[in-house]
Design a protein around this ligand. Structure first.
Ligand SMILES: Nc1nc2c(c(=O)[nH]1)N[C@H]1C(S)=C(S)[C@@H](COP(=O)(O)O)O[C@H]1N2
Ligand SMILES: [Mo]
Length: 523
């Protein structure tokens, strides 16, 4: 009686393991084959993409608030856990009926296939990796459940001597399951390197030499960087530049295949390819990008030197029709942004950018071409991997985030940040040199004030201004205070004398506001 229940529990466990190992085989084989197809042909990438697109705004905020820019890793781990549970259950089902379990796998595969097919930039051929993976997974399940079933003496058994037979057959099962898992890991790993090696975009980017700008921007004056230890650099290096997007796998676009279609409410529809874009009069500009999800005091803001062609010139060539008030830009992977036509045609330096800090755009920042627009949050303006510009009306079209509860307009709210001291820093007694950053793109920053504890607001020194579209650093030397806890608050004043709003607002739906207050202690 007791022996029987132990063997039953072990049977369930083994079949659960068989299910999980088979799923590992399925996903690994599909991942491997996907190296030869669109990136979204990999089941995990496609499922994650669908999940992101269906994520309600509150969950997206929560994910960014909790995991920051690790939100994608968190998503992959969650998908892994769900797959693990389902695979275990399917394995257990195989104990009763292999046919039923196989049917379940086929049904789940059809669901995943629908996810792959629904992704932008995939076609029917991109179902091949999943199909091959599914066949491998079904074979693995058949094999492993046969091995697991043999271990199930006496109730399932071929054997007459339960003790001996179950011992050696179980070892065979565990060996088979282990082999499947290790094999899956190896296949997935090789597939990953293969995909990297076959990344044509990466190779093309390395080989690309960008032409120099016709209009160069002056070098950043030394005074833009204030003399405070621990300040972020005035120009954010590409590798440190924040990255926010809905793309689970970075789109790989060969510039030779890239083109931008300009159409909609225009007199002259046209398409421009990369070669012709590089022949235009390129200009350089420093511009500070900001994400609408940036909380007060947050790090989703970065400043770079961009090289590109003015969007104003693109639109002059297209000639927008009367009544149009928006440009809907769409990326290769289906993201879209709604930018007021006015903002793209006034005299601010909105660019179709090809270069970032004297290099071609990094792949994850939009290679080969993206938009950057002074004064607007990225979600309504900074489309990476841009391939389509439709001149239209706000009344007729809505962009990616606007259909998910975010605003359809997104001017950046003036903000300021304390970079030094960091929250809960311990400082020595005596002078404390503080510093931070403030931005109000298109208006500029004319002042920054700090408040220590509940004291008066005092003017900070400002780093040199590089342009109205870039952030400005500040510095304040505090004479020091008594041992114990203190706070420093900061607020900015823009080029028109307007003081940064103290109203506290969360990022959704159109950007955070309020004054940052940092706690630190004097030791
Ligand atoms: N294709 C694409 N472009 C996109 C996004 C995206 O999800 N997909 N996100 C936008 C958002 S919300 C921001 S804040 C900026 C961030 O640009 P970065 O990753 O280069 O910093 O890109 C914008 N462009
Ligand atoms: Mo953003």
């Amino acid at each position: 009686m007791k022996a029987k229940s132990v063997s039953r529990r072990r049977g369930l466990l083994d079949f659960g393991i068989a299910g999980i190992a088979s799923a590992a085989v399925l996903f690994a084989v599909a991942q491997f084959v996907s190296a030869f197809f669109a990136t979204a042909s990999a089941p995990v990438v496609a499922m994650g993409g669908v999940f992101i697109d269906l994520t309600p705004p509150w969950l997206k905020d929560l994910a960014i608030a909790t995991f920051g820019t690790n939100d994608k890793l968190a998503l992959f781990i969650s998908i892994g856990i769900v797959v693990l549970v389902i695979a275990g259950l399917v394995g257990v089902l195989a104990r009763k009926s292999l046919a039923a379990a196989s049917a379940c796998i086929v049904l789940l595969a059809i669901g995943i296939g629908a996810a792959i097919f629904s992704r932008p930039a995939t076609g029917a051929a991109d179902l091949t990796p999943l199909a091959i993976g599914t066949v491998a997974g079904l074979l693995a399940l058949r094999w492993l459940s046969a091995l697991a079933g043999r271990g199930l003496a006496p109730d399932h058994a071929l054997s007459t001597d339960p003790e001996n037979q179950t011992g050696s057959t179980r070892r065979k099962f565990l060996l088979g399951a282990g082999l499947s898992l290790v094999g899956a890991a190896v296949v997935a790993g090789v597939g990953q390197s293969l995909a990297t090696a076959r990344n044509v975009a990466d190779a093309a980017r390395l080989a690309l030499g960008l032409p120099p700008a016709k209009v160069r921007v002056a070098a950043v004056p030394a005074g833009a960087q204030v003399d405070v230890a621990g300040m972020p650099p005035f120009v954010t290096p590409n590798k440190d530049f924040y990255r926010i997007d809905t793309a689970l796998s970075v789109p790989q676009i060969n510039p030779a295949d890239w083109s931008l279609r300009v159409h909609g409410m225009v007199e002259n529809e046209f398409t421009i390819n990369f070669e012709d874009l590089l022949k235009t009069d390129l200009v350089e500009t420093y511009l500070t990008l900001t994400c609408v999800s940036n909380p007060v005091g947050g790090q989703l803001v970065g400043n770079a030197k961009w090289l590109g062609y003015p969007l104003r010139s693109i639109l002059e060539r297209a000639v927008p029709q009367a009544g149009a008030d928006m440009v809907l830009s769409t990326s290769y992977d289906g993201f879209s942004a709604s930018t007021p036509l006015e903002v793209l045609t006034d005299n601010r330096m909105a660019l179709l950018a090809v270069g970032m800090n004297d290099e071609p755009l990094p792949l994850e920042h939009g290679f080969p071409v993206r938009m950057v627009v002074p004064g607007l949050y990225g979600f309504v303006s900074a489309t990476k991997w841009v391939v389509d510009l439709e001149v239209t009306r706000f009344a007729d079209k809505a962009a990616y985030w606007s259909t998910r509860g975010w605003s359809d307009h997104g001017p950046i709210k003036m903000s300021s940040r304390v970079d030094v001291p960091r929250s809960f820093a311990k400082v020595g007694s005596g002078e404390v040199v503080m510093g931070g950053t403030a931005w109000s793109q298109t208006q500029g920053i004319s002042g920054v004030q700090v408040q220590i504890d509940d004291g008066e607001w005092l003017d900070a020194e400002l780093g040199s201004e590089v342009s109205l579209d870039t952030w400005r650093q500040w510095r304040y030397v505090w004479k020091g205070g008594s041992t114990g806890n203190h706070t420093v608050s900061v607020r900015a004043i823009d080029g028109h004398g307007t003081v940064q709003s103290s109203d506290k607002a969360d990022p959704a739906p159109n950007g955070s506001s309020g004054w940052q207050r940092v706690q630190f202690s004097v030791e």
